[in-house]
Design a protein around this ligand. Structure first.
Ligand SMILES: Cc1ncc(COP(=O)(O)O)c(C=O)c1O
Length: 500
């Protein structure tokens, strides 16, 4: 164990910084690792806690560590170039229909391919699967419910689960009654019902850009048009852009990830969320908030739902247990605001009810306290994986590549050089046993061709590391080939002009 040299002219805090650097050099600390606590290091080196803190603050200032409230200091991926706001010129969009359907289909299919490392799907629970606990609870439920296990459930869902959800919203200040909650088949059904409550074929729906491709497909399937609104890598959909879009287009509703955006990982402050709600309610435009990632925040506090700020009942909140517990259970919910009657009618017409066994199991899971304990572990592991993945991409991709620094969720948004078309090597990646999500599917108008979404919601192992290396090689290969082609074209143009 190295000790500090208290006779050296070097400041003690600088020696602590040297110690952290040394640990990193010898591989004892890697990106994503937690640094020893202030108290532990101060005891170890027999120096004061403020001295260690001074060193950590300096490392944080240099961007080499990040502080996670109530958790500690973590080593960041130093060499990763962070994606900054306004990466490219933003050209205002016209409402559009989807142009990338076949690529979306391929990404979905790739999820189930055998022997493929699925970096294209956002499935955070893989980091900490709660399958055993849920299986135990489901067995216990089954032993008690007898023939009810195979009967129809009420269209609005299990009363106890709705009660649990209401408590969780009430904790955040939302005055919601269990009867105001509708249980759905995942968040996707909640989004679909919400859209059908407020818009019809041909209507314009404002979405974030980039936007989760499931929303884009849904809008298209319902015959509506999507209008992309510029969304910042740090704090989500841009208020000014939204205000100007409202002036230019008859927007029927907005469909935004109000907590954490997929794929950007951006997160609004509660004040910014409130400002969006008041702008929309002032213009009588309903807001459909997609809240599926709100439990996977990396900051100190869970983001508040936009629902909290609604005064006119125009906010409809959609969420689910898919990103936190069990996507296969297909259990989500909708807070329909003032559209309660329409929502219940559409739910009955669309799918009658949602499977009960999963709802009873999830109710027990929350009630036991296991769900919240699981969420704590899940968040910690995601924070860790996030930095590891950023470091790995920075190591194996071209140095021009920029990587998002998410504030939650389970995906990274990666910008390659402008001439790279990530969709062009999607098949080649599958053949090499890796899937990813090409950027083009996150925009109905086909923006983001040089981007890719890579998931860090994975069980970390050697195959994951090899898969990232493979993706890096594909980006290198593609960019070299493109440059060769460009040079060949330039040469042939030179030749022609010589001959003239
Ligand atoms: C942003 C976002 N919204 C909604 C969904 C759909 O969630 P569910 O599986 O609960 O239908 C997903 C799933 O990937 C998502 O990423």
């Amino acid at each position: 164990m190295r000790l500090l040299d208290k006779t050296s002219p070097a400041f003690l805090y600088q020696q602590v910084i040297d110690f952290v650097e040394h640990q990193q050099k010898i591989g004892a600390l890697s990106p994503g690792d937690k640094l020893p606590s202030l108290r532990k290091l101060s005891r170890q080196f027999e120096i004061s806690v403020p001295t260690v803190k001074q060193a950590y603050i300096e490392l944080e200032r240099q961007g080499r560590v990040c502080a996670r409230p109530q958790s500690g200091y973590y080593l960041t991926a130093l060499q990763a170039r962070t994606l900054k706001p306004r990466p490219a010129k933003w050209s205002h969009c016209a409402p559009t229909t989807v142009q990338c359907r076949s690529m979306i289909e391929q990404v979905h299919e790739a999820v189930h391919l055998p022997d493929t490392v699925a970096l294209g799907i956002s499935n955070p629970i893989q980091v900490n699967p709660p399958d055993k606990t849920l299986a135990r609870l489901m067995r216990s439920v089954l032993s008690r419910v007898a023939e009810k296990a195979v009967s129809y459930g009420p269209p609005i869902g299990d009363a106890k689960l709705r009660m649990q959800l209401a408590f969780r919203y009430q904790d955040q200040g939302v005055a919601i009654n269990p009867n105001d909650i509708l249980i759905t088949n995942g968040a996707q059904e909640a989004l679909s019902i919400a859209l059908q409550c407020v818009a019809k074929q041909g209507d314009i729906i404002a979405i974030e850009s980039p936007c989760f491709f499931g929303m884009i497909e849904l809008i298209e399937t319902l015959g509506m048009k999507a209008l992309e609104v510029y969304t910042c890598t740090e704090d989500g959909v841009c208020l000014d852009e939204l205000a100007s879009a409202i002036k230019q287009h008859p927007i029927k509703a907005c469909l935004f990830s109000t907590a954490i955006n997929n794929p950007l990982g951006s997160m609004k402050t509660d004040e910014q969320r409130q400002a969006i709600v008041s702008l929309l309610e002032h213009n009588n435009i309903p807001l459909i908030e997609d809240d599926v990632y709100s439990e996977l925040y990396f900051s100190e506090q869970k983001p508040k739902p936009a629902q909290l700020y609604s005064e006119k009942g125009l906010v409809m909140t959609c969420s689910s247990f898919s990103k936190t517990a069990a996507p296969g259970y297909r259990t989500g919910w909708l807070l329909p605001g003032k559209y309660e009657e329409q929502a219940k009618r559409i739910k009955r017409a669309q799918s009658c009810s949602t499977a009960m066994l999963q709802q009873w199991t999830l109710n027990e899971y929350i009630q036991s306290g296991d769900y919240d304990r699981h969420l704590c572990v899940l968040r910690k592991k995601l924070i860790y994986n996030c930095e590891r993945m950023r470091a790995l991409i920075a190591e194996h991709f071209p140095s021009e590549v920029c990587i998002s620094k998410p504030q939650g969720g389970s995906v990274l948004w990666v910008r390659c050089q402008s001439h790279v078309n990530t969709g062009a090597f999607f098949q080649a990646a599958l053949e090499k046993g890796v899937s990813f999500a090409p950027g083009v599917i996150f925009s109905p108008s086909g923006k983001y061709a040089n981007y890719m979404r890579i998931s860090y919601g994975v069980q970390w192992n050697e195959q994951v590391e090899d898969a990232v290396k493979t993706l890096g090689e594909l980006v290198f290969d593609y960019s070299f080939k493109q440059l060769d082609q460009q040079q060949a074209v330039l040469k042939s143009l030179d030749k022609k002009s010589d001959q003239q």
